[in-house]
Design a protein around this ligand. Structure first.
Ligand SMILES: Cc1cc2nc3c(=O)[nH]c(=O)nc-3n(C[C@H](O)[C@H](O)[C@H](O)COP(=O)(O)OP(=O)(O)OC[C@H]3O[C@@H](n4cnc5c(N)ncnc54)[C@H](O)[C@@H]3O)c2cc1C
Length: 357
């Protein structure tokens, strides 16, 4: 239940950043979390759940399991006025402070039960195929290829990637190490080619690429980046604060440009850094600190500021190995794998949310 007498903080988006922010603000505010899903999804555990569906039991967390006093509204934001967020199901959620954390467009079902069924079906699709085509060589495509190559080494995996190297969001050395690892596992990678997405069906066995090659595969997975979930902001009071890529422009204290009581965190922001969940969590903790200061009456000049750091990234390659871009060094193999690939930070993330690992 919501608590009366405290300022109302509405958090739009219950992903990695929004969920942590809502949790952290509970003691100090009347928190409302608005999300179209009834659960928090630890996105980097998704690919393991496709080869091992039971893994998703811990990585999909009901919002009600980590929130104790916040009000959870299961719907999407469709508009924002000076004082309220309007939802797709017709509610008006008044706010004193607003935090936008809508990341990327929703690609998952609204209930945890349906998401678990989706993983089950994807797993059956992998198990019943001798060959798998993965479209896209970003983190999702690479991690999925790694999971299949390690758990089902007998299956033929092909990645078709539009770009000239894998994992373009990290440096060239890391891309190369990742390609070498995949090649060692007999994964074929085709660069600078695309597959006509409009011609895809679920029964296709023969896929034509833009350069005329034909790939035969029993099934395919589309692993291309999802657009930001910001088109809903175009007719809101925040429309002038969007940049030409649809990101919310923020000040160093993470308030949205032009607003005193509206913050943005996570992938939706224009902060010049790679888009990573651990950074969305850093934003969430800073904004929680700043909200607490504002609630106590501190002047805006006392707010903490955010400084983008070195772009750390770890991409898992199956259950034991990974490629990591760390300060001064890029590593591949079992050592970076020890950091991420076993539990994929699921236990760590659950603990951050006050739950058992
Ligand atoms: C395969 C893969 C592996 C990754 N590995 C890592 C990793 O190892 N480490 C790492 O730090 N990061 C990793 N990332 C990146 C990380 O997942 C993202 O950076 C992170 O999820 C961003 O958090 P966010 O809170 O900004 O948005 P999200 O986590 O995308 O959450 C957005 C939320 O907003 C909701 N939403 C959307 N539109 C609306 C609306 N209109 N109204 C209300 N709610 C809405 C969605 O339902 C969702 O719950 C990985 C990503 C992928 C795809």
């Amino acid at each position: 239940m919501a608590e009366a007498g405290k300022p109302r903080v509405v958090v739009v988006g219950g992903g990695i950043g929004g969920a942590l922010l809502a949790k952290t603000m509970e003691p100090d505010a009347d928190v409302v979390l608005l999300d179209p899903k009834d659960y928090l999804e630890i996105s980097w555990a998704e690919l393991r759940s496709m080869v091992e569906p039971s893994f998703a039991e811990r990585s999909l967390i009901y919002h009600k399991d980590y929130l104790t006093t916040a009000t959870i509204v299961t719907s999407s934001a469709v508009n924002i006025t000076e004082h309220a967020v309007l939802t797709a199901d017709g509610q008006s959620l008044a706010y004193d402070y607003l935090v936008v954390a809508t990341g990327h467009v929703l690609a998952s079902p609204g209930t945890k039960t349906d998401k678990l069924t989706e993983f089950q079906k994807e797993n059956e699709k992998i198990k019943s195929s001798k060959s798998v085509l993965i479209i896209g060589g970003g983190p999702t495509g690479v991690e999925l290829a790694g999971e299949i190559a390690v758990d089902y080494p007998e299956k033929k995996v092909t990645i078709v990637h539009r770009g000239s190297r894998l994992l373009e969001f990290i440096d060239q050395k890391a891309s190369k190490k990742c390609l070498d690892w995949l090649t060692s596992k007999k994964v074929d990678v085709l660069f600078k080619q695309s597959v006509d997405l409009n011609s895809l069906t679920n029964t296709e066995q023969s896929y034509k690429t833009s350069s005329g090659e034909t790939i035969t595969a029993d099934c395919h997975f589309l692993c291309i980046g999802k657009p930001l979930s910001s088109s809903w902001l175009h007719d809101t009071i925040l429309k002038e604060s969007l940049d030409n890529k649809g990101r919310l422009m923020v000040e160093k204290d993470l308030r949205v440009k032009g607003y005193n009581n509206v913050f943005a965190i996570g992938d939706i922001t224009d902060i010049p850094e790679i888009k990573q969940g651990y950074l969305a969590q850093k934003h969430a903790l800073l904004v929680a600190k700043n909200l607490k200061l504002l609630i106590k009456g501190s002047p805006a000049s006392k707010l903490g500021t955010y400084c983008p750091g070195f772009p750390l990234a770890i991409v898992s390659l199956g259950r034991k190995e990974a490629v990591a871009q760390l300060p001064f060094v890029t590593l591949t193999g079992r050592i970076p794998g020890l950091l991420k690939s076993g539990d994929l930070f699921v236990g760590k993330t659950r603990k951050q949310m006050g739950l058992d690992a």
